[in-house]
Design a protein around this ligand. Structure first.
Ligand code: AQP
Length: 327
């Protein structure tokens, strides 16, 4: 069976972009793939954080992944820092990627330029190497991600190919899987930028958000003044974003859905309803899981043991090929 791997940072509240851009696909792919999913807590250290909040976010995110539909019996679900091979392989990756390649990563440019960012950690610059390690440690065939992660999967492929050509066949070269609708969910107030964990507010819809607030946010979503419902990302980013969200939440096609609407009001109302119906069972399941964190911790430990068994073999292969003595 082909293998799928993906990760998500416990760096803030899970939002609709994470859900439609990545997690819906994670759930789908666990049926017919050997699936490995990870809460990438080490990546969350790249920006300033509160330790207590990180601990809480990590366990909550694992519970949310289960609530969304990841089944720890079928997929391997674990926390990155529980498998020590991740940072170990990351060093080999750092020595295989160039300064120039890392400098071209748009996520680094965006995050290091954010208002108020005074301290830019070295980890923020090098984290694509850790991300490459995350993916390559599992002989991954496919990586389901949102469109914003396209560049990071590309650099992972480049690193794998370079390593293989320098040191002999070591890594599987992975491909990204980006969903047709919802690949880039935009902020409802600023449809020119992606919905984001770090931009909480009227433009971000969280998976655990109160439904009245969800309705209000869609009602107030920024559109434009010409009143025509048409899927055209360049000319009509706000309306196109609503159509993409509706398509992502209902499994439809954003271009075809536009034909059902002549006014923005009904489009906003239907999109809110579709999102609420998507969130309802997730919120219910999350509330049950939240009552028993010890059980989630147990499941994560089982997942980490399974992940480590695979990662140890791949790391040993990479160390041998690169010329390190096995200890
Ligand atoms: N807006 C989005 N639309 C579609 N997919 C998205 N993803 C993230 N935002 C959108 C996808 O979600 C997965 C997890 O990514 P992440 O952990 O990097 O989450 P993030 O929301 O991008 O959060 P960050 O990086 O902590 O902060 P911000 O948001 O401030 O940049 C990935 O597959 C991603 O593609």
């Amino acid at each position: 069976m082909q293998r799928v791997f993906s990760g998500i940072q416990p760096s803030g509240d899970l939002h609709l972009g994470n859900l439609l851009g990545a997690l819906v696909k994670w759930v789908d792919m666990q049926d017919d793939h050997d699936a490995i999913y990870c809460v990438v807590d080490l990546h969350a250290l790249t920006l300033r954080h509160d330790p207590e909040e990180l601990r809480r976010n990590t366990i909550e995110l694992a519970q949310l992944l289960i609530a969304v539909g990841i089944d720890p019996e079928r997929a391997i679900l674990f926390v990155q820092s529980h498998v020590p091979q991740h940072p170990q392989l990351a060093w080999l990756m750092e020595c295989t990627v160039s300064y120039g390649e890392l400098s071209r990563m748009t996520a680094f440019k965006d995050k290091s330029n954010r208002d108020g960012t005074k301290f830019i950690s070295a980890g923020l610059f090098t984290y694509p190497a850790l991300q490459a390690a995350d993916i390559l440690l599992y002989d991954t065939d496919f990586v389901p991600v949102g469109d914003d992660q396209r560049q990071h999967v590309e650099i992972t492929r480049d690193i794998a190919e370079r390593f293989n050509s320098r040191y002999g066949d070591t890594f599987v070269v992975p491909e990204h899987v980006i969903p047709p609708a919802g690949a880039r969910v935009m902020d409802l107030q600023h449809p020119d930028r992606k919905m984001s964990k770090s931009e909480e507010g009227a433009g971000t819809v969280n998976v655990l958000e109160d439904f009245k607030a969800v309705e209000k946010k869609f009602k107030r979503a920024v559109t434009d003044s010409d009143m025509e419902v048409r899927y055209d990302i360049e000319a009509k980013p706000g309306v196109s974003n609503l159509l993409s969200i509706l398509a992502g939440a209902t499994g439809g096609d954003p271009v075809a859905l536009a034909d059902n609407y002549e006014q923005y009001g009904p489009l906003k109302a239907d999109t809110a309803t579709a999102v609420i119906e998507l969130l309802r069972p997730i919120q219910e399941r999350f509330a049950e899981l939240q009552a028993d964190p010890a059980e989630t911790e147990r499941l994560l430990k089982v997942g980490a043991d399974k992940a480590e068994a695979i990662a140890a073999e791949v790391l040993a292969r990479a160390k041998t090929n690169v010329g390190l003595l096995q200890g």
